[in-house]
Write a protein that binds this ligand. Structure first.
Ligand SMILES: NC(=O)c1ccc[n+]([C@@H]2O[C@H](COP(=O)([O-])OP(=O)(O)OC[C@H]3O[C@@H](n4cnc5c(N)ncnc54)[C@H](OP(=O)(O)O)[C@@H]3O)[C@@H](O)[C@H]2O)c1
Length: 243
């Protein structure tokens, strides 16, 4: 199967790299120079003309959300599957693009390593779209635009929140005397350990298992609670969702 990714930015690149071993991927953009970087990955590229034919193609929309209307005027024919990864875009808004199946999805840049968690919403046949989204990680169906908005914040924005956590933990290690490479390496390992544990346990139970009475972990946990970390994350999620 051939997949046409319309857009050549960060998200398009991550998806192209995650899918290239499974499908024939073609990245379509408006600037030949920006498309040149895909050659070293053996990924084909095309430049939009005045009109771009999407007839019978499986396309992924990966340009900026504000460009949807102008891009739709450029596209001719009826796509097979049209998967949009445009943030803040409702399923109905995709009606400006003719397609058999329209799907709204919010992946994250871990798609590059086949590790995106990707919520999606559709009212059409999702069989091909699900296969494609699972190609660069794991997909999760949700059942309304509102649900997709909230799910998209966790999937799309939370990696940036967690980057702050990772950086802070690594800085903390340096403050305690670790070399910065060692500290960051440990933090990266902890994220891998934590992600495995989370597959098997509720976070509250996980925390209980690590905190022993009068132990070292509960000291740190008490400081995090005092600093309002829990509430800061909940507020951050709400702020991103509101936007
Ligand atoms: N980054 C993430 O983590 C993430 C997560 C979930 C969803 N998304 C969604 O993915 C999409 C792309 O985001 P990104 O992070 O990859 O952004 P990006 O790196 O800034 O890339 C933006 C892409 O949109 C194209 N574009 C911008 N204005 C355009 C216009 N007027 N007409 C046609 N193409 C236009 C750009 O083309 P040029 O290079 O030619 O300017 C580029 O290919 C967005 O809709 C975003 O909401 C991103």
């Amino acid at each position: 199967m051939k997949i046409y990714i319309l857009g050549n930015g960060a998200m398009a690149t991550a998806m192209a790299l995650g899918l290239r071993d499974l499908y024939e991927v073609v990245v379509v953009g408006r600037d030949k120079e920006k498309l040149a970087k895909f050659a070293k990955f053996d990924i084909k590229t095309e430049v939009y003309g005045q009109i771009y034919d999407i007839n019978d193609k499986n396309i992924i929309l990966a340009f900026k959300p504000y460009a949807l209307k102008t891009m739709s005027e450029k596209l001719s024919g009826r796509a097979n599957n049209c998967i949009s990864v445009l943030a803040m875009t409702k399923l109905d808004e995709l009606n400006c693009i003719d397609a058999k199946n329209r799907i709204c999805a919010i992946p994250n840049i871990a798609a590059e390593f086949k590790a995106s968690i990707t919520p999606y919403f559709t009212q059409d046949d999702d069989s091909v779209a699900k296969e494609v989204l699972d190609g660069f990680g794991k997909s999760v169906a949700v059942y309304s635009d509102d649900e997709l908005k909230s799910a998209g914040v966790i999937a799309g924005c939370a990696p940036a929140y967690l980057a702050i956590v990772a950086e802070a933990l690594a800085n903390g290690g340096v403050k305690e005397g670790l070399k910065k490479e060692i500290s960051l390496n440990l933090v990266s390992g902890v994220f891998a350990s934590f992600s495995k544990l989370l597959e098997h346990s509720h976070p509250a139970l996980l925390k209980e298992r690590v905190c022993s009475p009068k132990g070292t972990t509960i000291e740190g946990v008490a400081v995090l609670e005092e600093c309002g970390v829990r509430s800061a994350f909940i507020k951050a999620l709400s702020a991103s969702a509101k936007k």
